[in-house]
Write a protein that binds this ligand. Structure first.
Ligand SMILES: C[S@@+](CC[C@H](N)C(=O)[O-])C[C@H]1O[C@@H](n2cnc3c(N)ncnc32)[C@H](O)[C@@H]1O
Length: 251
């Protein structure tokens, strides 16, 4: 399968729309197929970094988890991309001590603002690594969609907690310390000197489709992807998108 192409599974559909917009943004930057310098802050085991390296880009992953970085290095070796991937242990807020300022064409911050100690500090550090004219890709959990998902699962107490907790978390057992509204994300970006130029919804319907409808039915998966793509940019669909994806440049 080509790097970044969509596997006909629910998991594939979950990231497909992010890849659509990311590939378009990379295409605008590359023009003549120049390979780009990409920073994946909190890139984990390389779910985005490895396919980006397979596309020919050079990717630096910064992540505090040694286990994730070890998994990243294994995946890089398996895909023959080890020369294009650099793994650095550290956290997002510590980026200024790890990478040069303004040294990346693209920075990714996917599913990370939900878990860092201080999202504003982390995003500022990530933004500093971006060169003027480069693109920041920010993906974060949408609080209201999480509330709706809990209601649909009959977990009404959790739904109320997510709705009323100041950070949009259910507390100790919740893997996420916070979830966001679009307004909150836009304020965070502005505070980091980033200017959103595109916002869209990710996983607007995918998480709601019963597994039995998708299992072993590639055609249903294809139809779901068509639906996700049709809804991604509709403002009226953003509220129920599991994740919000913002592409931004330096203000
Ligand atoms: C849900 S995973 C997302 C991984 C990857 N970005 C992706 O989208 O596939 C969250 C990642 O954030 C990392 N992380 C946790 N705290 C962090 C911090 N302070 N700075 C940077 N990354 C952090 C975790 O180790 C983990 O790899």
């Amino acid at each position: 399968m080509a790097a970044g192409s969509v596997p006909r599974t629910r998991a594939g559909v979950r990231t497909a729309v992010v890849w659509d917009y990311l590939r378009a943004a990379l295409g605008e930057l590359t023009g003549t197929d120049r390979d780009l310098r990409v920073l994946d802050a909190g890139g984990g085991s390389g779910g985005f970094a490895v396919p980006l390296a397979q596309l020919g880009h050079t990717v630096t992953v910064v992540d505090p988890s040694p286990d994730s970085l070890a998994a990243l290095e294994r995946r890089a070796a398996e895909t023959g991309t080890q020369d294009r991937i650099r793994a650095l242990q550290g956290d997002a807020a510590g980026l200024p001590g790890l990478v040069d300022p303004a040294s990346f064409d693209v920075v990714l911050c996917h599913s990370v603002l939900e878990v860092v100690d201080d999202p504003q500090e982390a995003l500022q550090a990530i933004a500093q690594a971006l060169r003027p004219g480069g693109v920041a890709s920010i993906l974060a959990a949408n609080r209201i969609a999480a509330v709706v998902a809990r209601v649909a699962a009959g977990r009404l107490g959790e739904a109320r907690q997510l709705l009323t907790d100041p950070a949009g978390s259910t507390g100790a057992g919740d893997p996420l310390a916070r979830r966001f509204s679009l307004d909150e994300l836009q304020l965070l970006l502005a505070g980091a000197g980033l200017r959103p130029r595109m916002v869209h919804g990710v996983r607007i319907f995918t998480d709601a489709v019963p597994a039995a409808l998708l299992d072993g039915d590639p055609q249903a998966t294809d139809e779901l992807l068509v639906l996700e793509r049709a809804a991604a940019e509709r403002p009226d669909c953003l509220a129920v998108a599991t994740q919000l994806h913002l592409l931004a440049d330096r203000a």
